[in-house]
Design a protein around this ligand. Structure first.
Ligand SMILES: Nc1ncnc2c1ncn2[C@@H]1O[C@H](COP(=O)(O)OP(=O)(O)OP(=O)(O)O)[C@@H](O)[C@H]1O
Ligand SMILES: [Mg+2]
Length: 375
């Protein structure tokens, strides 16, 4: 028989806390667990203005510092419920993150909260540990942007990285614009997101090719979104909302060209293996029809003049991680933090001495100098 306290897990002082602070959602939990304890919006009630503000809307570095102090306070004392002083944190970060954001976050953690040590872990590398593989092409499509890094035998091929401002945000903006223009409705971000997730989907390549032309196929039915004011979402909009991710911009770039461009930049003998080991992470990849559309886009592009001569790849295969794509990165961090590998923890003492955060993609920080960081 289960006694009441058996479900309560003892969190030892030494156990790492794992954070994935995304531009829209923050995932938090403990090392070695299979799912995050919670996923919250990356926003906080600003202590000065008393308004709810998203962290990504910071005006300057001072403003960001204050927002992060308020946000981490909320995270530590309301959600994670640990004393931040001398805690050990694993922080998942995009290798393409803005340096000023990273430095400010480190300053808040070490100087304001006096955290014991922080391990900055590149999110794409963490992701592959959920599958126990060492070669993969990781595409993260979250809120603000889509980022891609191929990893071969555990080494990220940095020269092949790709990033485009394609994610949930651009879909929301288009939906908001549609409702503003057609029915004079100024919908909040939360409602637009709810409408998007509940009613919109990624259509097939064949149907998309005919969208907006004379031969357009019958659109899916209109649906009514309930609320104080009932909002009708036309079938056409439900089908078209995600098209912005696949339309090629002025430079001929889209989500699918990101994958092919990255493969072209990788050494010849790695290309086929990478194409057969694609991992999709990030909340936007959870949209219905996303993976199959991506696959048909890739197969169509590979036959097009743009890539026919450059690439000889016949198939693309996708992995299924043992988690929902929106927290696969977090899970990778939670697995990684249970190993004895955290060699590159930045300790409070080291930070206070050097006042800088090592950049893992910088050669200087990769030199085997045992005195640099705690081993
Ligand atoms: N089931 C779903 N279907 C469609 N979209 C979804 C679903 N779940 C979440 N999303 C979308 O995924 C996005 C958030 O994904 P994610 O949590 O990976 O972003 P993030 O990590 O905060 O952003 P980023 O990695 O860009 O900083 C939001 O735009 C949300 O609307
Ligand atoms: Mg993310």
């Amino acid at each position: 028989m289960l006694r009441g306290y058996e479900g309560v897990r003892y969190i030892s002082d030494k156990q790492m806390v794992v954070f994935d602070i995304g531009s829209a959602y923050t995932k938090f939990g403990y090392a070695g667990e299979v799912s995050p304890r919670g996923i919250i919006r990356t926003e906080v009630r600003c202590s000065e203005s008393k308004k709810i503000r998203r962290i990504i809307d910071y005006r300057d570095v001072e403003d960001l510092y204050q927002l992060l102090v308020d946000f981490l306070h909320l995270l530590f004392f309301k959600y994670v419920v640990i004393s931040p002083k001398d805690a050990r944190i694993l922080l998942l970060e995009s290798p393409l993150a803005v340096t000023s954001f990273r430095n400010t976050l480190a300053k808040v953690m070490f100087r304001h909260f006096e955290i014991g040590s922080v391990l900055f872990l590149p999110s794409h590398l963490a992701t592959i540990s959920t599958l126990g593989i060492d070669t993969a092409l990781v595409l993260d499509v979250g809120y603000q942007e889509a980022t891609l890094i191929p990893i071969f035998e555990g080494i990220p091929i940095l020269k092949a990285w790709q990033a485009l401002p394609l994610g949930g945000q651009i879909v929301h903006e288009n939906l908001k614009k549609y409702f503003r223009d057609t029915s004079d409705l100024d919908l909040s971000e939360n409602i637009v997101e709810d409408i998007k997730i509940r009613t919109c989907f990624v259509t097939t390549l064949e149907r998309a090719a005919k969208l907006g032309t004379e031969n357009a196929l019958t659109p899916p039915p209109d649906v009514t979104y309930p609320g104080i004011k009932r909002i009708v979402i036309p079938g056409k909009i439900r089908e078209k909302a995600f098209e912005v991710l696949w339309e090629r911009d002025n430079d001929n770039l889209s989500l699918s060209t990101m994958i092919l461009d990255a493969i072209v930049k990788c050494p010849l003998d790695t290309r086929r293996i990478l194409a057969e080991n694609i991992i999709l992470v990030g909340g936007t990849t959870m949209t219905k029809g996303f993976a199959s559309r991506l696959k048909s886009e890739l197969l169509a592009l590979i036959e097009s003049d743009l890539y026919k001569t450059k690439l000889k790849i016949e198939s693309f295969k996708f992995h299924t991680a043992p988690s929902k794509p929106n927290y696969t990165v977090w899970l990778g961090g939670a697995i990684f933090s249970t190993t004895d590998l955290p060699l590159r923890c930045l300790t409070k003492d080291m930070y206070l001495k050097t006042n800088r955060v090592p950049d893992w993609s910088n050669l200087i920080d990769n030199q085997k100098d045992e005195t640099s960081y705690e081993i």
